[in-house]
Design a protein around this ligand. Sequence first.
Ligand code: SME
Length: 153
Amino acid sequence: MTDKELKYTQLLKEAAALLDGENDLIANMANLAALIHETMGFWWTGFYIIRKGSDGKEQLVLGPFQGPIACTRIAFGRGVCGTSWQRRDTIVVSDVEKFPGHIACSSESRSEIVVPVFKADKVSAVLDIDSRYLNTFDETDAHYLEQIVKLLN
Ligand code: SME
């Protein structure tokens, strides 16, 4: 096991213990964001939740997060977050400047991973993580973060 895999294995256990017995979505998202952020030392870690806007259309709205202030609303198919929602799949971006349509909430962000959260087979939110360094995220991050967001169900 690599150091990263070991860290994530431990993190997954801690996350399961943290959420055990609590079913409030916002409280669980807040604690998960803090746990991942503190353990892994990322630049920005948080959730965007799908909600209806004033036009009646669904969009991503900023939820619990750790790190600097961020964009509040993201449309379906826009940026890395909206694209992950549209594709219903995790997206790993090794260099944000090379992702067409990337939304730069912070000029410090260099690489990013977005993991969809499913509820009854529908995307209900996304977990978005930003790094100040290029190439931070890979298949290992995708694998463990997908397990971690499943704990929200
Ligand atoms: N970069 C994201 C926007 C959210 S911030 O990174 C917190 C995107 O392109 O969807």
